[in-house]
Ligand binder design. Structure first.
Ligand SMILES: NC(=O)c1ccc[n+]([C@@H]2O[C@H](COP(=O)([O-])OP(=O)(O)OC[C@H]3O[C@@H](n4cnc5c(N)ncnc54)[C@H](OP(=O)(O)O)[C@@H]3O)[C@@H](O)[C@H]2O)c1
Length: 233
């Protein structure tokens, strides 16, 4: 019998994160959903249970270093190893309209969650990540340095550009350990963040991260993907 792989997904009480949990739970994965909203996580856990997916809950606020370190210790109490880490949690702020005119607080909070968060979580969980192992960063086309600058959520776009750069650096550092590190643009997805007018369904948004978690060749690393295809940084 195959041993289930363990996957931890940050920010998975709703949206793309919860859908990654659902799609991976349907495969042979031991799923750990995580976030800062206990009630939301319990609701998600119940939703998954209806599909016979038994997800564990880990409290983890990616913008808070103490919470990250506490979560890593908590994880170790009941788990021996982590096969796949998905750094999905992210924020976009309504007031994120201008780097010049907004208070610096908007940029700081966005970077703390969307860029430092994935780096710090990866660092904290590194002792438990298996070899071979996989780290997946949920980025955005907004972080691309080749796409046109769109004039939307500038702090968010900067945070995803930094996340892309972190992805490449970690991929380089972890290649010897056979841990792949890749970034994904899920496209414009109908979640709370993407809004009702977005062009993609949530299952479609989760498709490429789920592929990277499982079926993608292990030796693909340091790359940026959309729709299971490499895209330029
Ligand atoms: N939707 C899109 O069109 C789109 C496009 C490109 C990229 N993305 C990226 O995809 C990822 C998921 O986004 P989504 O569309 O699913 O957004 P969403 O529906 O707003 O979900 C965001 C998730 O991140 C969690 N989160 C936020 N801050 C957190 C923190 N400090 N610690 C832990 N969890 C936190 C939220 O939890 P709470 O309930 O506690 O807030 C929620 O579970 C994000 O990284 C986003 O940037 C989305």
């Amino acid at each position: 019998m195959l041993t289930p792989k363990t996957i931890l997904i940050t920010g998975s009480n709703r949206g793309i994160g919860l859908e990654i949990a659902r799609q991976c739970g349907r495969k042979i994965f031991h799923v750990i959903i995580s976030g800062r909203d206990k009630a939301g996580l319990e609701k998600a856990q119940k939703e998954l249970a209806k599909e016979n997916i038994n997800a564990d809950i880990l409290m983890l606020d990616v913008s808070n270093l103490d919470s990250i370190n506490k979560a890593a210790k908590e994880f170790r109490k009941t788990n021996k190893h982590l096969d796949v880490l998905v750094n999905n949690a992210g924020i976009g702020q309504r007031g994120d309209t201008s780097l010049l005119h907004n208070s610096e607080g908007i940029l700081t909070k966005t970077l703390l969650t969307n860029s430092y968060g994935p780096l710090r979580v990866t660092k904290a969980f590194m002792p438990y990540i298996t070899s071979p192992g996989r780290v997946i960063m949920i980025s955005s086309g907004g972080g691309s340095m080749t796409d046109e600058t769109g004039g939307w959520w500038p702090a968010y776009c900067v945070s995803k550009t930094l996340l892309n750069s972190i992805t490449r650096q970690l991929a380089y550092e972890l290649e010897q350990k056979n841990i792949s590190v890749n970034a994904v643009c899920p496209g414009w997805v109908r979640t709370d963040m993407g809004g009702a007018g977005a062009t993609r369904s949530v299952p479609k948004g989760a498709e490429t991260p789920v592929w990277l978690a499982d079926e993608a060749p292990q030796n693909l690393t340091g790359k940026f993907f959309r729709d299971k295809k490499e895209i330029p940084w």
